[in-house]
Design a protein around this ligand. Sequence first.
Ligand code: HEM
Length: 543
Amino acid sequence: MPPRDPTSQPIVQQLFSLLRRHFLLVCSICLLVLVVFHLLRVIYTRFFHLAHFRGPPWAPFSRFWISRTIASGDSAQIFVDVNKRYGRLARIGPNHLITDDPEFVRRILAARSHYVRGPWFDAIRINPEEANIVSERDRGKHNHLRYQMSAGYAGKEIDGLEDVMNERVADFVDRIDRNWISTAAKTKVFDIANRIQFFAVDMITHLCFGKPLGFVASDSDVFNFLRTIEMQLPIVQHFSVFLELNELLLRAVRIPFLKKYILPSAKDKSGIGVIMGISRNVIDERYAPGAKPKRDMLGSFMKHGLSANEAETEVSISLVAGSDTTATAIRATLLSIISNPRVYARLQNEIDTAVAAGHLSSPIRDDEARRLPYLQACIKEGLRRFPPITQLRERVVPPEGDVYNGIHIPGGTFIGLNAWGLQLDAVYGDDPDVFRPERWLTDDADLVLRMTQVLELIFGHGTTKCLGAPIALMNLNKIFVELLRRFDIETIDPLKPWKSTCYGIFFQHEFNVRITRREVASCATSDSGDTTSPPNPKSPDSS
Ligand code: HEM
């Protein structure tokens, strides 16, 4: 047989044999191309794209700076430092800016703004295939969901919203009174951080499902719900930075075998799946043919056309959106009050005087609380000094770009919102980092208006502004009065009053306090003639 002419081999075979013979050379060329490509990209992002914005030296090169900052558990403070050091619009990633300028944030979030929610929001879906009101990026769909849910959140179509709150607040303080009172001779260490969270979850589930989940009654994290969120959130935060992970997750959940391992399910025995299971049972009953409509939050969602599946997701998300935030607001404000003797004494005095004058029901009514100026100032100052949501919540610059202080921002840039930085604005004077409720009591109405406009940004602004704000504020209006009229509260370790970690929302633990009953009988009520329980003589620690 004549030898085979190598040129007569098919082209693919020829290529393979060439590759085999020069394998190392081919690999080196590929590597070189990749390195050159990466270098060009780095040079472009560093020196051309967003080059006018200053920031931490390594931030422009990759997203690892943001990811490392989030993982540190101290991102809120780090972002504050970045804007202080590098300007009100600073660079924190290859395509990422962050701002602490209230006016600019209001412009970004305004109803008619062309900015939209960025892919950051995909990371906060419970199910990667379905958006919810908090994560929906499509403006039209979001507006529709908001229209369906606003009446329920505003309490307009809920019977007895305030009664539910009163019931939960009274139950919470009564349990403290029964079980956690210290005396001159004995200390009962009470970790109020966890208990406040139990209270917040019970409050929201009571409003949503018509009954609390029983966290306060069992004095425990029922179904490991809170622990699961605490384990998952630090991971989820990285999905908001490395957006490819979201895409990967979306593909993975489309494989039925993987789906059941990845997504929470109503059949789970712990975590958010249990809440979905409970929501599912309630929703099945409520959506059953012939079921009687109820005037509660779910009833309002149904009335405005939310499907059973949508209702299940939205109820679960309201619990996640509302419980940690409210709990952080209560804890941070309480800690600020009890660690400032001037503030503590003045607030307790305002409460005692109102009680003595017969102006307060028990639990205090929302309208009564609004008439206590120092209480209102403390609540505002607590929210200002410790905004409970510090996630970047990135918005995307519209395709035509934008201009900030004369500098062009290219379309498609992500702009993160620096929630803590915003609340240190110069509008608050020269001591914005001090908890000083008196700043809200000035006679300068114009200043109060300007401060209020900045403060309101802690709930967002425009068409994505927090729907739960009225519920959160009503809660705050009640809880401090009910705690401080009955009890004296001291931190056990003033040098280390709590452990607080920030992953966009806060996880706070070991806020250990010592609670004693107050000598002043300040629980008498006014018009209702109602009285709260006096100190319980059967309590083992009654002094
Ligand atoms: C002090 C407590 C709270 C704070 C600081 C807070 C803060 C916020 C912020 C900043 C947003 C805007 C997110 C964005 O940028 O798009 C938001 C949205 C939202 N919050 Fe709150 N929140 C609080 C309490 C609550 C509560 C108690 C609930 C539910 C009962 C709730 C339900 C929601 C919902 C449903 C949205 C989505 C609104 C929309 O996209 O149209 N929040 N919240």
